[in-house]
Design a protein around this ligand. Structure first.
Ligand SMILES: Cc1cc2nc3c(=O)[nH]c(=O)nc-3n(C[C@H](O)[C@H](O)[C@H](O)COP(=O)(O)O)c2cc1C
Length: 316
């Protein structure tokens, strides 16, 4: 493999600290973990659900970057201090979230609607940047096709962003439709900072395809592909082809059981069932479950109902 680093993408409610710890414990292969976004616009952030992601105890032994969603330079500054004091080395600014409510508030990818405001915001946060915290950005390529990616990059290029991680879709696409590799190529060729790629990497071959096309890409970030196939990073790192025989199924099951146990210990049985069902909407796409669907767990509410449901998916 070249020098390209492998990052776990932030996915709200999915790539939680529970998921990150169990993934690292079972398979590893991840160079850096990104927390789902944290909105610092609330009091006592460390006590909130999002704040639990920040707890150093929950990120023990993992190389973790903290993602922030804000367009308020003061909030960014105060939150950066918290992040830095907790010992983290990187804060990642979310300029990608496509959700309507977020965009309406000019946050996430909504920041791309007004490049002048984006520039002023970046100017403020870099003016206040402390030496011991890197600032990276995760971005989309615009709101829709009418946006010019060169104008967006021109703004980013003014600032000492440590790495620009690009999900080459427009906000209007959400997570669907084709990734725009031409726009990515433009950024890759013209950015002044290291550029990472994110989007639709589901197999080792998808990864190889990207690094063959963009040999100097600094990182590849993977989200859904890893939730579906938790071994994906280790396959890429160790150049292993996926297998789906009975032994593989046992390994996949072991990962599942560890995840469930950890959720139960952190959130109690009922909330854990809810969280595991969210996870299964990706997991079920794993070829190990070919021909299966989520019916056995769709309506379950208790832990024992859940356990008998998944037995059906795994073994019947
Ligand atoms: C359910 C869900 C939650 C997400 N939450 C976040 C988030 O908190 N922060 C962020 O930057 N991106 C978030 N994303 C986007 C992913 O990080 C990633 O950019 C996107 O899924 C494309 O990569 P993939 O094809 O490897 O999944 C989320 C995506 C999904 C599907």
């Amino acid at each position: 493999m070249n020098n390209c680093k492998l990052y776990l993408a932030p996915m709200e409610e999915v790539t939680t600290y529970v998921f990150r710890q169990v993934l690292d414990d079972c398979f590893g292969g991840v160079d850096k973990y990104y927390t789902p976004f944290i909105s610092p616009d609330q009091n006592k952030i460390l006590k909130t659900r999002m704040g639990r992601e920040l707890d150093p105890e929950h990120n023990k032994n993992l190389n973790t970057a903290i993602q922030v969603l804000t367009n308020n330079p003061e909030h960014f500054k105060d939150f950066s201090k918290i992040v830095s004091n907790l010992g983290y080395k990187e804060i990642n600014l979310n300029i990608g979230c496509p959700s309507g409510t977020v965009v309406k508030k000019n946050k996430g990818s909504g920041m791309l609607r007004d490049l002048y405001s984006l520039e002023r915001f970046l100017d403020e946060i870099f003016k206040n940047k402390s030496d011991d915290l890197e600032i990276t950005v995760k971005t989309r390529i615009g709101i829709d096709e009418s946006d010019d990616v060169s104008e967006i990059l021109e703004v980013y290029n003014e600032f000492p962003i440590s790495e620009l991680i690009v999900h080459p879709r427009f906000q209007k696409q959400f997570y669907n439709g084709k990734v725009n590799l031409e726009a990515f190529e433009y950024i890759y060729n013209n950015a002044k900072m290291p550029v990472g790629y994110n989007g639709d990497i589901k197999t080792k071959d998808d990864f190889v395809h990207i690094v063959n096309q963009f040999a100097k890409v600094s990182s590849v970030m993977i989200g859904r592909g890893c939730v579906t196939e938790p071994r994906l990073f280790s396959f890429i790192k160790n150049d292993i082809d996926a297998g789906y025989d009975i032994e593989d199924k046992k390994v996949i099951r072991k990962f599942h059981d560890k995840l469930l146990d950890y959720y139960v210990s952190e959130y109690g049985p009922n909330d854990s069932v809810f969280k595991m069902k969210e996870f299964w909407s990706y997991y079920i796409l794993n070829p190990a479950f070919k021909g299966k669907d989520l019916k056995p767990i769709r309506k379950v509410k208790t832990l024992s109902e859940y356990k008998s449901g998944i037995r059906e998916i795994f073994y019947e």
